[in-house]
Design a protein around this ligand. Structure first.
Ligand code: B3K
Ligand code: ZN
Length: 865
């Protein structure tokens, strides 16, 4: 058996240009699972057919598998070899029935890829290359097969046996075992295979599709969790209806199952007819889930459901096309969520997320195009670029084509490619053909990495009464790519009359050359520029707008995103100047925030977003060299000043949005958000009763949003209430792992100077475990985005993270690799921190037996440009 722990000395790099169609196809497969936690037998029967004229052997991928038996057309054979885990069979002829048998140990599978055990359940995760850990198979997304599966297990331990498709038979066996057979009529790639066995209970409901078919819906969880599934079920039904209304997409099987599991490498998985979820994206009730959790559940349930068409019915030809399904599906789930509440707030949240994760990625050593050219480990490419920038690319197509033509393009794409494994180019072609819009230059968004910068400068030509807008774009070099071509950048712009505050014009400009000058007639005076409205392109705008222009826009822009953006820019300009010069005039920000807080026409949810200060990390992104301590001080000073100068307004908002009994509605969420942002400012100003207010809210809250916000405020403080609240919280929720994750995260995100000591203690806490990805992310993931505390000048934050990564790597390399990128930000820091971070990356690369997941992330992070 191959030792998968030992990375190949020269890891194999997979290149997009090396794509070849599969040598062999597998039109149908029968799988027999004899399930148990420590010894599961898998008998696979594959119908294989040679694809084209060639004499290459049949290659069935395998990972940590040993064949117990191999048969060709019913005859046992020993005429096979193992090559890097794969089973190779030389076959003379064009079509065969191949049988293999293997034995798995799900309980020992800590990588959580393939078949594994989680809290008494047996479940699978196959995307991207996990199916090869279950059985020998051409594990690539362009091999589509019909699956027939028989599951047999102990009836008491595993009363529920679920798989893709429809159940077609079941029965009892003499020895306390039982079996169920499933058939999936839709040919699918192996990465969409799933099974689950366990003692599960269902929240059942149904949905009648647009053509009148009834679909049985079930969300499977532990019996005690059933009361926490109502929100997810409502989200599922709303998503099913939305996909019919907005995209004309109807569900296609008679049943749709969702299962929640506790140990999961990421959010959820869109297996055909059997979505498997990290329990944090299913379970919610007001006492244990925040509004953000509720929103995330809505978004992730929708995302996985939408994949039924954008991913399952039409899938990816190869993994370089991953954004074909992910970018499109994120765009779909973002629009869905926007339709369920405040679209403006949702857009602000999406952009904040993009800037925090994707812009950082694009500016660092792991930058890659939306359609990458190469990878060592595909699991490392489930990135913000593929997902979030990918979604922005689709959104730009929507902006360029307009809703009607975009929908025509999507209809053509689904109709033309139903049942196929296709490429990003196929998607763009469908959009191009249905709309008649030339997308030639637009394709660069798929191939060029890096966030484009656009310099925008507005002048006024008094003699001709014209506003003159000069635009200039540049696309920065990224690893392996330099001297890039200009992109096609859709920019929504508007000009405002400064006196009347009226919007005079609004138009969509498409910047295609490096430079463009736009003259707009009819302006007697210099107007105010609003640019990249709605964040029409995922770019960085560098404009020379003054503080007074920004303050004007923060009060008058009729695009809510533009309004938010103007305030952010005003705050950023103030903070950046404070960091570089040590002082700054807080006056304009205070006045702009006062205006926003006192504008009763605004939605409180929007107000809460608009008055928030940019994160320390985002401030750092604006600077050549990140000085975490100076950034923290400057931000704290502005927060204190805002809190103190506007104390009456914060107290007013805090009281006006006093907690009512819990309701999950846009209005109630907005109230909670503004109340808690106000509490944060009062605490930031150290008003004398801040801790008292927070502790009172902590004790009396009837929901997790308010309780956790109060806990977060206290966790940053020196107040006596801090320790009390942390203890009360822990004891109240000690049996609920999802809430205990929040307890770990709150402490890891604390701004207190002893946070490193706290996280070291938490690492030793009996509830900390490296076996559960949520728990690892709750501590190590949260700590590594705490900019000031993670980047301590003595390097102890870097060592803490590295120690965890090295210990986690042999257990769960995928999760370890996902946590590495903060160490790769070394170029952004001073020489001393650079040295300390590089030393830890070198320690990782030098580790014997390192996984290729962590090797790829660490070695790329070290590479000189
Ligand atoms: N497609 C899965 C992600 C699988 C990640 C594998 N490393 C979830 C999603 O995007 O819907
Ligand atoms: Zn997805």
């Amino acid at each position: 058996m191959l030792d998968a722990m030992n990375a190949p000395s020269v890891p194999n790099v997979v290149h997009r240009e090396d794509y070849h169609p599969p040598d062999w196809l597998v039109p149908s497969v029968q799988l027999d699972f004899n399930l148990s936690a420590h010894g599961t037998r898998v008998h696979a029967t594959l119908r294989v057919e040679r694809n084209g004229l060639h004499d290459r052997p049949l290659r069935l991928d395998g990972d940590e598998l040993q064949p117990l038996q191999v048969r060709v057309d019913g005859e046992e054979t020993s005429n096979w070899i193992l090559d890097e885990g794969a089973l190779l069979l030389a076959l003379d002829g064009d079509a065969f029935t191949i049988e293999t048998e293997v034995e798995l140990n799900p309980a020992a599978n800590t990588k959580l890829m393939g078949l594994y055990a989680s809290n008494g359940l047996l479940c699978t995760q196959c995307e991207a290359e996990g199916f090869r850990r279950i059985t020998f198979f051409p594990d690539r997304p362009d091999v589509l097969s019909r699956y027939h599966v028989r599951m047999e297990a102990d009836r008491e331990a595993y009363p529920i046996l679920l798989c893709n498709g429809d159940p077609v038979g079941r029965g009892e066996l003499a020895n306390g075992r039982h079996w169920v057979e499933w058939n999936d009529p839709f040919p699918k790639p192996a990465y969409l295979f799933a099974l689950v066995a366990g003692d599960l209970h269902a929240n059942r409901d149904s949905f009648v599709t647009m053509s009148g078919r009834k679909v049985d819906l079930a969300i499977w969880v532990r019996e005690s969790d059933l009361p926490k599934t109502a929100h997810a079920m409502a989200a599922l039904k709303t998503s099913m209806k939305w996909d019919e209304d907005v995209y004309g997409r109807e569900y296609d099987l008679a049943i749709f199952n969702i299962v929640a599991v506790d140990d999961f490498n990421f959010g959820a998985m869109e297996n055909k007819g059997l979505n498997i979820f990290n329990s944090r994206y299913i379970l919610a009730d007001p006492d244990t889930a925040t509004d953000l959790d509720y929103d995330a559940i809505l978004g992730v349930v929708a995302h996985e459901y939408f994949h039924n068409w954008s991913g399952d019915r039409v899938t990816c030809r190869d993994w370089f096309q991953l954004s074909l399904k992910e970018g499109f599906t994120v765009f779909r789930d973002q629009c869905f969520s926007a339709d369920q509440g405040s679209a403006a707030v949702r857009r602000i949240e999406d952009v904040r997320m993009l800037r925090a994760s994707q812009f950082q990625e694009d500016a660092g050593p792991l930058a890659h195009p939306v359609r990458p050219e190469s990878y060592i480990e595909i699991s490392n490419f489930y990135t913000a670029t593929i997902y979030n920038k990918g979604a922005e690319v689709i959104r730009m197509l929507h902006t360029l084509l307009g809703q009607e033509k975009f929908r025509a393009g999507s209809d053509l794409y689904f109709e033309r490619h139903d049942g196929q494994a296709v490429t990003c180019e196929d998607f763009v072609l469908a959009m191009e053909e249905a709309s008649g819009v030339d997308l030639g230059q637009f394709r660069l968004w798929y191939s060029q990495a890096g966030t484009p910068h656009v310099k925008a400068s507005l002048t006024h030509d008094a003699s001709r009464q014209e506003a003159v807008l000069k635009l200039e774009q540049s696309v920065p070099d990224t690893p392996g790519q330099s001297n890039k071509l200009p992109m096609a950048i859709p920019l929504k712009i508007a000009l405002f009359n400064r006196e009347s505050a009226n919007r005079e014009i609004e138009q969509l400009e498409i910047l295609t050359d490096v430079e463009k000058e736009i003259r707009i007639a009819g302006f007697a005076k210099h107007p105010v520029l609003s640019i990249n409205r709605g964040f029409s392109a995922p770019i960085i705008v560098e404009s020379d707008r003054s503080a007074s222009d920004l303050a004007f826009l923060s009060a008058h822009d009729d695009d809510p995103f533009g309004r938010y953006e103007a305030m952010q820019q005003l705050m950023l300009d103030t903070l950046v100047s404070a960091v570089s010069s040590g002082t700054a005039d807080h006056g304009p920000v205070i006045e702009a925030v006062r205006n926003t807080l006192t504008n009763n026409a605004l939605d409180p949810a929007f107000v809460a977003e608009a008055v928030l200060l940019p994160s320390e990390a985002f401030i750092g992104d604006q600077m050549l060299v990140v000085d975490p301590d100076a950034i923290n001080s400057a931000r704290d000073a502005l927060r204190r000043d805002l809190g103190g100068s506007l104390e009456g307004l914060w107290r007013g908002a805090f009281a006006a949005h006093a907690a009512k009994s819990f309701e999950y509605s846009p209005e109630a969420k907005g109230s909670r958000r503004l109340r808690n942002v106000s509490l944060g400012y009062l605490a930031g100003a150290s008003v004398s009763d801040a801790a008292k207010l927070a502790f009172h809210q902590f004790e009396t809250a009837d929901n997790m949003t308010d309780r956790l916000a109060a806990l977060g405020t206290l966790a940053n403080s020196d107040a006596d209430e801090r320790v009390a609240a942390l203890d009360i919280f822990y004891n109240r929720y000690r049996d609920n792992p999802l809430v205990i994750d929040k307890w770990f995260t709150t402490q890891a995100l604390s701004t207190r100077k002893d946070t490193i000591e706290a996280v070291k203690d938490l690492r030793e806490h009996p509830d900390f475990t490296l076996q559960n990805p949520n728990r690892v992310r709750a501590l190590a993931g949260a700590f590594s985005v705490n900019q000031q505390q993670f980047n301590l000048a003595d390097g102890s934050g870097y060592r803490f993270l590295t120690d965890i990564l090295l210990e986690l790597d042999p257990i769960n390399p995928q999760t370890a690799a996902k946590l590495l990128p903060p160490l790769g930000r070394w170029r952004r820091f001073d020489a001393k921190r650079q040295g300390l971070m590089k030393a830890q990356l070198e320690r990782i690369v030098g580790q014997a037996g390192l996984s290729k997941d962590l090797y790829e992330q660490a070695s790329k992070s070290l590479a000189s440009e």
